[in-house]
Design a protein around this ligand. Structure first.
Ligand code: AHM
Ligand code: MG
Length: 334
Protein backbone atom coordinates (compact mmCIF):
# COMPACT_ATOMS: atom_id res chain seq x y z
CA UNK A 1 0.00 0.00 0.00
CA UNK A 2 1.20 3.50 -0.81
CA UNK A 3 1.75 6.28 1.65
CA UNK A 4 -1.26 7.33 3.67
CA UNK A 5 -1.54 11.05 4.24
CA UNK A 6 -3.23 12.66 7.24
CA UNK A 7 -6.08 13.76 4.94
CA UNK A 8 -6.65 10.22 3.70
CA UNK A 9 -6.48 8.82 7.23
CA UNK A 10 -9.13 11.30 8.37
CA UNK A 11 -11.37 10.68 5.35
CA UNK A 12 -11.19 6.92 5.93
CA UNK A 13 -11.91 7.32 9.65
CA UNK A 14 -14.94 9.37 8.70
CA UNK A 15 -16.10 6.89 6.04
CA UNK A 16 -15.47 3.63 7.87
CA UNK A 17 -16.12 4.51 11.46
CA UNK A 18 -18.28 7.64 11.16
CA UNK A 19 -16.00 9.06 13.83
CA UNK A 20 -15.03 12.38 12.36
CA UNK A 21 -17.68 14.85 11.29
CA UNK A 22 -16.57 17.24 8.51
CA UNK A 23 -16.01 20.13 10.91
CA UNK A 24 -13.74 18.07 13.14
CA UNK A 25 -11.75 16.88 10.14
CA UNK A 26 -11.23 20.46 9.04
CA UNK A 27 -10.22 21.42 12.57
CA UNK A 28 -7.58 18.69 12.79
CA UNK A 29 -6.20 19.53 9.36
CA UNK A 30 -5.97 23.22 10.25
CA UNK A 31 -4.17 22.45 13.53
CA UNK A 32 -1.79 20.13 11.67
CA UNK A 33 -1.08 22.87 9.13
CA UNK A 34 -0.42 25.37 11.92
CA UNK A 35 2.04 22.88 13.45
CA UNK A 36 3.93 22.84 10.15
CA UNK A 37 4.30 26.61 10.37
CA UNK A 38 5.48 26.36 13.96
CA UNK A 39 7.95 23.63 12.94
CA UNK A 40 9.41 25.96 10.30
CA UNK A 41 9.88 28.73 12.90
CA UNK A 42 11.41 26.27 15.38
CA UNK A 43 13.87 25.04 12.74
CA UNK A 44 15.02 28.54 11.83
CA UNK A 45 16.11 29.20 15.41
CA UNK A 46 18.58 32.06 15.65
CA UNK A 47 18.37 32.63 11.86
CA UNK A 48 14.70 33.53 12.23
CA UNK A 49 15.27 35.62 15.38
CA UNK A 50 12.86 33.38 17.30
CA UNK A 51 15.04 32.54 20.30
CA UNK A 52 15.00 34.28 23.70
CA UNK A 53 12.34 36.00 25.76
CA UNK A 54 9.43 38.00 24.41
CA UNK A 55 9.61 40.35 27.38
CA UNK A 56 6.08 39.54 28.58
CA UNK A 57 4.48 37.26 31.19
CA UNK A 58 1.57 34.86 30.76
CA UNK A 59 -1.34 34.36 33.14
CA UNK A 60 0.66 31.81 35.15
CA UNK A 61 3.34 34.45 35.83
CA UNK A 62 5.84 32.67 33.55
CA UNK A 63 8.12 34.68 31.28
CA UNK A 64 7.02 34.13 27.69
CA UNK A 65 9.57 33.10 25.09
CA UNK A 66 9.34 34.57 21.60
CA UNK A 67 8.32 31.16 20.27
CA UNK A 68 5.52 30.83 22.88
CA UNK A 69 4.01 34.01 21.47
CA UNK A 70 4.65 33.11 17.81
CA UNK A 71 3.14 29.62 18.17
CA UNK A 72 0.10 31.04 19.93
CA UNK A 73 -0.48 33.56 17.14
CA UNK A 74 -0.03 30.93 14.42
CA UNK A 75 -2.67 28.68 16.02
CA UNK A 76 -5.17 31.52 16.54
CA UNK A 77 -4.80 32.91 13.04
CA UNK A 78 -5.03 29.48 11.41
CA UNK A 79 -8.15 28.49 13.30
CA UNK A 80 -10.38 31.52 13.66
CA UNK A 81 -11.81 31.89 10.15
CA UNK A 82 -12.69 28.29 9.18
CA UNK A 83 -16.15 28.17 10.74
CA UNK A 84 -15.36 25.02 12.71
CA UNK A 85 -14.72 26.66 16.08
CA UNK A 86 -16.68 28.63 18.65
CA UNK A 87 -13.67 29.62 20.76
CA UNK A 88 -10.10 28.80 21.72
CA UNK A 89 -8.17 28.70 24.98
CA UNK A 90 -4.43 28.67 25.42
CA UNK A 91 -1.75 28.44 28.08
CA UNK A 92 -0.56 31.81 26.79
CA UNK A 93 -3.88 33.68 27.05
CA UNK A 94 -5.60 34.76 30.28
CA UNK A 95 -9.11 34.15 28.99
CA UNK A 96 -10.78 32.46 26.05
CA UNK A 97 -10.54 33.78 22.49
CA UNK A 98 -14.03 33.79 20.99
CA UNK A 99 -14.19 33.54 17.20
CA UNK A 100 -14.80 37.13 15.97
CA UNK A 101 -18.26 38.04 14.70
CA UNK A 102 -17.05 38.47 11.13
CA UNK A 103 -16.55 34.70 10.88
CA UNK A 104 -19.10 31.89 11.24
CA UNK A 105 -19.06 30.06 14.55
CA UNK A 106 -18.76 26.30 14.76
CA UNK A 107 -19.58 23.81 17.49
CA UNK A 108 -16.05 22.91 18.59
CA UNK A 109 -13.71 24.45 21.13
CA UNK A 110 -9.95 24.12 20.83
CA UNK A 111 -7.49 24.26 23.73
CA UNK A 112 -3.74 24.27 23.35
CA UNK A 113 -0.33 24.65 24.88
CA UNK A 114 1.19 26.28 21.79
CA UNK A 115 4.82 25.59 22.75
CA UNK A 116 5.38 22.97 25.40
CA UNK A 117 8.82 22.63 26.96
CA UNK A 118 9.63 26.34 26.68
CA UNK A 119 12.83 25.96 28.74
CA UNK A 120 14.22 23.77 25.95
CA UNK A 121 13.71 26.23 23.06
CA UNK A 122 16.99 28.07 23.33
CA UNK A 123 19.05 24.94 24.01
CA UNK A 124 17.84 23.12 20.86
CA UNK A 125 16.10 20.22 22.62
CA UNK A 126 12.75 18.72 21.53
CA UNK A 127 9.66 20.85 22.18
CA UNK A 128 6.05 20.54 21.04
CA UNK A 129 2.46 21.69 20.67
CA UNK A 130 -0.36 20.00 22.62
CA UNK A 131 -4.06 20.34 21.74
CA UNK A 132 -7.45 19.18 22.96
CA UNK A 133 -10.86 19.44 21.25
CA UNK A 134 -14.16 19.75 23.09
CA UNK A 135 -17.71 20.11 21.79
CA UNK A 136 -19.75 23.09 22.84
CA UNK A 137 -22.72 22.02 24.90
CA UNK A 138 -25.89 23.65 23.62
CA UNK A 139 -26.36 25.17 20.20
CA UNK A 140 -26.51 28.72 18.96
CA UNK A 141 -24.12 31.61 19.16
CA UNK A 142 -22.43 32.61 22.35
CA UNK A 143 -19.74 30.82 24.25
CA UNK A 144 -18.26 31.46 27.68
CA UNK A 145 -15.34 30.15 29.70
CA UNK A 146 -17.75 27.90 31.61
CA UNK A 147 -18.43 25.95 28.38
CA UNK A 148 -14.81 24.76 28.46
CA UNK A 149 -15.02 23.33 31.97
CA UNK A 150 -15.78 19.75 30.92
CA UNK A 151 -13.98 16.63 32.14
CA UNK A 152 -11.35 15.21 29.80
CA UNK A 153 -13.44 12.15 28.98
CA UNK A 154 -15.61 14.47 26.85
CA UNK A 155 -12.74 15.26 24.46
CA UNK A 156 -13.59 14.69 20.79
CA UNK A 157 -9.94 14.58 19.77
CA UNK A 158 -6.51 15.27 21.19
CA UNK A 159 -3.00 15.37 19.87
CA UNK A 160 0.46 16.75 20.05
CA UNK A 161 3.23 17.59 17.64
CA UNK A 162 6.82 17.04 18.70
CA UNK A 163 9.50 19.21 17.07
CA UNK A 164 12.49 16.92 17.47
CA UNK A 165 14.95 15.22 15.13
CA UNK A 166 11.74 14.38 13.26
CA UNK A 167 8.53 16.40 13.33
CA UNK A 168 5.81 14.00 14.40
CA UNK A 169 2.08 14.52 14.88
CA UNK A 170 0.32 12.14 17.25
CA UNK A 171 -3.46 12.01 17.14
CA UNK A 172 -6.47 10.32 18.69
CA UNK A 173 -10.11 10.75 17.81
CA UNK A 174 -11.08 8.06 20.31
CA UNK A 175 -10.24 5.10 18.09
CA UNK A 176 -6.62 4.35 18.99
CA UNK A 177 -3.55 6.46 18.38
CA UNK A 178 -1.91 7.26 15.04
CA UNK A 179 1.45 8.90 14.34
CA UNK A 180 2.30 10.99 11.28
CA UNK A 181 5.77 12.13 10.28
CA UNK A 182 6.23 15.39 8.40
CA UNK A 183 7.83 14.79 5.01
CA UNK A 184 9.61 18.08 4.48
CA UNK A 185 10.12 17.51 0.75
CA UNK A 186 6.42 17.10 -0.02
CA UNK A 187 5.15 19.10 2.95
CA UNK A 188 2.69 16.37 3.91
CA UNK A 189 1.99 14.39 7.06
CA UNK A 190 2.53 10.70 6.36
CA UNK A 191 1.06 7.94 8.54
CA UNK A 192 4.05 6.14 10.04
CA UNK A 193 2.42 4.19 12.87
CA UNK A 194 -1.15 3.18 13.62
CA UNK A 195 -2.60 1.40 16.62
CA UNK A 196 0.18 2.65 18.91
CA UNK A 197 0.36 0.45 22.04
CA UNK A 198 2.26 1.27 25.24
CA UNK A 199 3.85 -1.82 26.84
CA UNK A 200 2.06 -2.60 30.14
CA UNK A 201 5.27 -3.25 32.04
CA UNK A 202 8.27 -0.97 32.27
CA UNK A 203 11.54 -0.37 34.05
CA UNK A 204 11.93 3.30 33.15
CA UNK A 205 10.58 6.34 34.99
CA UNK A 206 10.57 10.09 34.28
CA UNK A 207 10.46 12.66 37.07
CA UNK A 208 12.39 15.82 37.95
CA UNK A 209 14.57 14.32 40.71
CA UNK A 210 15.76 17.75 41.90
CA UNK A 211 12.37 18.16 43.61
CA UNK A 212 12.72 14.96 45.65
CA UNK A 213 12.92 16.70 49.01
CA UNK A 214 9.59 18.42 48.30
CA UNK A 215 7.58 15.33 47.28
CA UNK A 216 4.70 13.80 49.21
CA UNK A 217 5.47 10.46 50.94
CA UNK A 218 3.77 8.17 48.34
CA UNK A 219 5.84 9.63 45.48
CA UNK A 220 9.04 9.47 47.54
CA UNK A 221 8.34 5.85 48.46
CA UNK A 222 7.64 4.87 44.85
CA UNK A 223 10.88 6.39 43.55
CA UNK A 224 12.87 4.97 46.50
CA UNK A 225 11.56 1.52 45.59
CA UNK A 226 12.59 1.99 41.93
CA UNK A 227 16.04 3.25 42.93
CA UNK A 228 16.59 0.24 45.21
CA UNK A 229 16.75 -1.77 41.97
CA UNK A 230 17.23 -5.51 41.84
CA UNK A 231 17.79 -5.84 45.58
CA UNK A 232 14.73 -3.73 46.50
CA UNK A 233 11.01 -4.52 46.60
CA UNK A 234 10.69 -4.21 42.81
CA UNK A 235 13.31 -6.85 42.14
CA UNK A 236 14.58 -5.08 38.99
CA UNK A 237 16.80 -2.16 38.05
CA UNK A 238 15.17 1.01 36.73
CA UNK A 239 16.45 3.55 34.24
CA UNK A 240 15.55 7.27 34.39
CA UNK A 241 14.89 9.89 31.69
CA UNK A 242 13.73 13.53 32.03
CA UNK A 243 13.62 15.71 28.91
CA UNK A 244 11.68 18.54 30.62
CA UNK A 245 9.39 18.68 27.60
CA UNK A 246 6.27 16.68 28.38
CA UNK A 247 5.69 16.06 24.66
CA UNK A 248 9.09 14.39 24.33
CA UNK A 249 8.71 12.36 27.53
CA UNK A 250 5.23 11.18 26.50
CA UNK A 251 6.48 10.39 23.01
CA UNK A 252 9.17 8.14 24.43
CA UNK A 253 6.58 6.39 26.60
CA UNK A 254 4.30 5.81 23.58
CA UNK A 255 7.28 4.35 21.75
CA UNK A 256 8.89 2.11 24.37
CA UNK A 257 6.86 2.36 27.58
CA UNK A 258 7.67 4.02 30.87
CA UNK A 259 5.99 6.20 33.44
CA UNK A 260 5.95 10.00 33.74
CA UNK A 261 5.29 11.87 36.98
CA UNK A 262 4.85 15.56 37.66
CA UNK A 263 3.36 15.34 41.14
CA UNK A 264 2.22 17.95 43.62
CA UNK A 265 5.20 19.11 45.67
CA UNK A 266 5.77 21.35 48.67
CA UNK A 267 7.58 24.15 46.81
CA UNK A 268 4.22 25.79 46.12
CA UNK A 269 1.86 23.83 48.36
CA UNK A 270 -1.23 25.72 47.21
CA UNK A 271 -0.78 24.59 43.61
CA UNK A 272 -1.91 21.08 42.66
CA UNK A 273 1.22 20.58 40.55
CA UNK A 274 2.96 22.31 37.67
CA UNK A 275 1.05 20.98 34.67
CA UNK A 276 -2.27 22.31 33.53
CA UNK A 277 -5.32 20.05 33.33
CA UNK A 278 -7.18 21.36 30.31
CA UNK A 279 -4.47 21.66 27.66
CA UNK A 280 -1.61 19.50 28.97
CA UNK A 281 -2.84 16.67 31.22
CA UNK A 282 -6.21 15.93 29.56
CA UNK A 283 -5.01 15.61 25.94
CA UNK A 284 -2.01 13.52 27.02
CA UNK A 285 -4.27 11.36 29.21
CA UNK A 286 -6.63 10.74 26.26
CA UNK A 287 -3.74 9.73 24.00
CA UNK A 288 -2.11 7.52 26.63
CA UNK A 289 -5.37 5.73 27.47
CA UNK A 290 -6.11 5.23 23.78
CA UNK A 291 -2.69 3.58 23.48
CA UNK A 292 -3.55 1.16 26.29
CA UNK A 293 -1.83 3.08 29.09
CA UNK A 294 -3.27 4.92 32.08
CA UNK A 295 -3.28 8.48 33.40
CA UNK A 296 -4.01 9.42 36.98
CA UNK A 297 -3.56 12.21 39.50
CA UNK A 298 -2.37 9.50 41.89
CA UNK A 299 -5.83 9.26 43.41
CA UNK A 300 -8.19 9.74 40.45
CA UNK A 301 -8.35 9.17 36.69
CA UNK A 302 -7.23 12.45 35.09
CA UNK A 303 -10.04 12.45 32.54
CA UNK A 304 -12.62 12.27 35.35
CA UNK A 305 -11.42 15.44 37.06
CA UNK A 306 -14.16 18.07 36.86
CA UNK A 307 -12.41 21.37 36.09
CA UNK A 308 -13.35 24.51 37.98
CA UNK A 309 -11.12 26.92 36.07
CA UNK A 310 -9.41 27.15 32.70
CA UNK A 311 -5.81 27.23 33.92
CA UNK A 312 -6.29 24.66 36.67
CA UNK A 313 -3.25 22.60 37.61
CA UNK A 314 -3.19 18.90 38.36
CA UNK A 315 -0.70 16.26 39.53
CA UNK A 316 0.15 13.92 36.63
CA UNK A 317 1.09 10.23 36.63
CA UNK A 318 0.84 8.58 33.21
CA UNK A 319 2.24 5.79 31.10
CA UNK A 320 2.46 2.01 31.32
CA UNK A 321 -0.73 0.69 32.86
CA UNK A 322 0.67 -1.55 35.61
CA UNK A 323 3.09 1.10 36.81
CA UNK A 324 0.39 3.79 37.04
CA UNK A 325 -1.82 1.31 38.94
CA UNK A 326 1.04 0.60 41.35
CA UNK A 327 1.59 4.32 42.01
CA UNK A 328 -2.15 4.65 42.77
CA UNK A 329 -1.82 1.92 45.41
CA UNK A 330 1.04 3.87 47.04
CA UNK A 331 -1.31 6.86 47.27
CA UNK A 332 -4.18 4.76 48.63
CA UNK A 333 -2.13 2.75 51.10
CA UNK A 334 -1.01 3.64 54.61
P1 AHM B 1 5.69 24.85 29.73
O1 AHM B 1 4.36 24.52 29.13
O2 AHM B 1 5.74 26.24 30.28
O3 AHM B 1 6.82 24.55 28.81
O4 AHM B 1 5.85 23.92 31.06
C1 AHM B 1 5.57 22.55 30.99
C2 AHM B 1 6.84 21.73 30.99
C3 AHM B 1 6.60 20.29 30.64
O5 AHM B 1 6.74 20.12 29.26
C4 AHM B 1 7.67 19.57 31.40
O6 AHM B 1 7.33 18.24 31.72
C5 AHM B 1 7.84 20.41 32.63
O7 AHM B 1 7.37 21.71 32.30
C6 AHM B 1 9.26 20.49 33.10
O8 AHM B 1 9.30 21.19 34.28
P2 AHM B 1 10.64 21.34 35.14
O9 AHM B 1 11.46 22.38 34.46
O10 AHM B 1 10.14 21.77 36.49
O11 AHM B 1 11.33 20.02 35.18
MG1 MG C 1 3.40 23.10 28.61
Amino acid sequence: MGRISLTRYLVEQQREHGRIPGELRLLIEVVARACKHIAIAVNKGALGDVLGNAGTENVQGEIQKKLDVIANEVLIEANEWGGHLAAMASEEMDSIHVVPNRYPQGEYMLLFDPLDGSSNIDVNVSIGTIFSVLRKIGHGRGVAEGDFLQPGRHQAAAGYCVYGPQTTLVLTVGDGVAMFTLDRETGSWVLTQNGVAIPEETREFAINMSNMRHWAPPVKRYIDDCLAGRDGPRGKDFNMRWVASMVADVHRILTRGGVFLYPWDAREPDKAGKLRLMYEANPMAFIVEQAGGAASTGTERIMDVLPNKLHQRVPVVLGSKNEVARIATYHAGP
